[in-house]
Ligand binder design. Sequence first.
Ligand SMILES: [Zn+2]
Length: 323
Amino acid sequence: MKYGIRAGHTLKTVGAVGFVKEYDVVRAIKPFVVDMLKTKHTVIDCQPDENSGDNNLTLGINIAHANNVDIFASIHANAGKGKGVEVLLYDSSSTLKAQAQAICNNMASLGFVNRGIKYRPDLGELKNTNMPAMIIETFFVDTQGDCDLYNKVGAKAIGEAIAKGLDSTVATVQTQPTPTDTTNTANTATVTNTGDSTIKSIQSALNSRYSTRLDVDGIFGNLTKTALIKGLQREIGTTADGIFGINTYTVCGNKTNLKNGSSGKLVYILQATLYCLGFDCKGIDSIFGANTQSAVKALQQAKGLSVDGIAGKNTFAKLFGYK
Ligand SMILES: [Zn+2]
């Protein structure tokens, strides 16, 4: 079978925004769907250019048509403050009813409310495709409970629910990329705190903010470290390649000067990384207070930096094993 899979929306049409962003969520889920389907099937990536605007639906469909896919599936997340999963089909003659229902059932077993199949002959991805097509509305990004559940179960479990709904015989696979870090061979992170609940919450937050596709296993390893670096890079506005090298160090020089009274997502990255390295800020709340200052000083002391309690580029470099 040849599947055409896409994640909804583009950088110019980002979709629903609630407690998490549809754009990020569907990009976190899609690679798992693709990699699991690939264990048995051909999968065509029907992702249009990220800079395309309202014509992105047509562009995605065009890729499906050009490749003669047998089944087209577009992954979305819902808004409107409802609860749970629904799968949209063109009408009741669709040949995908069993698979759509299986996806809903698999999502329900993860804890999402099962809203079942809906027929939507008005939607472009259903009416303009010349093969059986479905839109998977995974959950509601503007419903706190759904987002909490998403952060708890993770993108991989949802990807598996979708892939195994499409074909129950596909294999579950790990799709996390192996980080390639050529800048610094001393960058090997220490595995600590197996199954730590704080690290789990950090991994969930990174997944929803930065589409990092981490397993939420509470284990701090190289993948989580790479995700933290990507988060840092996104926040300081440089290429998010997950490698802390001279570029990131240089950009940090202008953008990080975190100290008592600072707040925001950069502080979160700082606190989360300190925690993972064993320097406890006594709360990862995105607010740089006395406890965070103490943790920064402890790190600076341990790494031989001047102990000023201010997290600038040298402190971030030590956090991520650069220099
Ligand atoms: Zn959407």
